[in-house]
Design a protein around this ligand. Sequence first.
Ligand SMILES: [Zn+2]
Length: 247
Amino acid sequence: MPPKSQTFQLAQLVKLQAIRLQIGRFEQSFKAIPEEIATIESNAHRYGEEIEQNKKLEQSINSQYRSYENEIQDRNNKLAQYQNQLWAVKTNIEYAALLKQIDTLKGMNEITNDQIFHLEEEKEQLLIHRVEKEKAFEEVKAANEKRVEELELKLKKAQKELDVLRQKEQRIAARIPQQLISRFKKIAEAREGIAVVSANGGICNGCFTSIRPQVYDKIRQGGTIVQCESCSRILFFDVSRESGQSS
Ligand SMILES: [Zn+2]
């Protein structure tokens, strides 16, 4: 009859491993939540930036618009001046030259008026675009708030569940000698969390190496903590896997 305590400890180690793996998977599953919240916030930030860019473009068009208006005003002043001078002109040549200058200024004003017309169209498009963006932004913000609220609630719930799992882990760990837990943790760290494996069929089910018959016998008797000579994992004989088979 094997010493019960060792068999019991091995069974507890198997349980401990299972719960630690469960905790690991669980933590992994909600690790994504803070990342999702950050993504949502950065998307909202992008909306804000696009709106700001739109506003800057509108400002630059406004200033261009004002400078065109000033150009026209300057030319109109000059035109009024030339019109007055027409009365005082003495020769036909001077008269013709003045008329030519008047025509040139009027032509330039026409071009500038065309440019102003295009700017007005552009301004209008930008305004429509910005109003649409602002409206969409408001909608996105409202949706984001709801989603972030949901995610935060989920995170809170997950934290509670995690606390329960951790308590369970502690309860199991309390049944195992500290030294064995340290050994278990060391192996688990090196072997992706799998520190205890079954040895049924004479092979280590961690690294699939054959176990020497004397060692396998020891494992089957269940009285001692045996580690795989190849991968160092702790080996146990899984009785449930042998049911219905003759040994
Ligand atoms: Zn092994």
